[in-house]
Ligand binder design. Structure first.
Ligand code: ATP
Ligand code: MG
Length: 265
């Protein structure tokens, strides 16, 4: 389980990206974070693997709180899938998937390509699962299409059997058909291993289709938390087009114009 306990993040320039968020994401759950640009989705995800340090509060995985002392060990249990794939373009597809072992294999070994035969076999197996054929193995990653590159990104993420997968807009630059395929791959691979997925998305239809749970964020706060069936069109409208959080009047003072949290709670 991932536990966010009262976490806040204020950037040095004063931008408040997260405001007192408390959230438990149970093991095996596919939890999708939705919200307009700047809502704090990436900041929340990046707090789980230490790429962002909260200014207040804590993040824990299965009871181990992320601290400088535990970060290295926790990172081995967390994988990330990126919007822009983050592959090493000049390296082969196989090399990129094997790079998923970097948290547990020495950099020297990785640079020299010294991977155990069982690791190589696993990389091939994973590439098969994400729909790439053996002929792709030695191709330069940068030469693949966007959809193929993200398949490599998914295979890499599962190389180290992660307990937590962070997917930050994993299908933002892909067409709708490929996006659905990629999300299905992430969901199925995670369910098979009972891994927890925290995934930010901009596509509401895909979020409704794939999520076990939806969390809506606005201005660094959680303003919706429920199952997809509860995320009605009115709530979508309020999340994306409602008044700005800071401008929202108090609900009980102006009944005609409820505060955002009331509008979509
Ligand atoms: N390194 C940084 N320094 C200062 N402000 C930052 C930094 N990174 C993010 N922010 C600010 O923090 C807030 C939340 O950003 P974040 O990237 O988490 O939003 P997001 O919901 O992921 O948006 P998007 O949908 O556009 O990816 C924004 O106001 C953003 O400008
Ligand atoms: Mg983002």
């Amino acid at each position: 389980m991932i536990r966010f306990e009262s976490i806040s993040k204020t950037w040095p320039d004063g931008t408040r990206a997260l405001s007192n968020i408390s959230l438990d994401v149970p093991k095996g759950q596919f939890c999708v974070i939705l919200g307009p640009s700047g809502a704090g989705k990436s900041t929340l995800l990046r707090a789980v693997n230490g790429l962002t340090q909260p200014t207040q509060g804590s993040v824990a995985i299965d009871g181990t709180v992320l601290t400088p002392a535990t970060e290295r060990a926790l990172r081995k249990r967390v994988a990330m899938i990126h919007q822009h794939f983050n592959l090493t373009n000049r390296m082969s597809v196989a090399g990129n998937v094997l790079a998923g072992l970097l948290p547990v294999v020495s950099t020297v070994r990785a640079l020299l390509g010294w991977f155990k035969p069982e690791h190589r076999a696993k990389a091939c197996r994973l590439l098969g699962h994400v729909g790439l054929s053996p002929e792709h193995l030695q191709r330069r990653a940068g030469d693949l299409s966007g959809g193929q590159q993200q398949r490599v990104g998914v295979a890499r993420a599962f190389m180290n059997d992660p307990e937590v997968v962070l997917a930050d807009e994993p299908v933002a630059s892909l067409d709708p058909k490929i996006s659905r395929d990629i999300l299905a791959l992430i969901r199925d691979a995670a369910k098979e291993r009972n891994a927890t997925v925290l995934c930010s998305l901009h596509q509401v239809d895909l979020a409704r289709e794939f999520a076990d749970r939806l969390v809506g964020m606005r201005d660094g706060r959680v303003v919706f938390d429920g199952i997809p069936a509860e995320f009605t069109d009115a709530r979508v409208e309020a999340l994306y087009h409602g008044v700005r959080w800071e401008d929202a009047p108090k609900a009980d003072k102006q009944p005609g114009m409820p505060a955002l949290e009331v509008a979509i709670a």
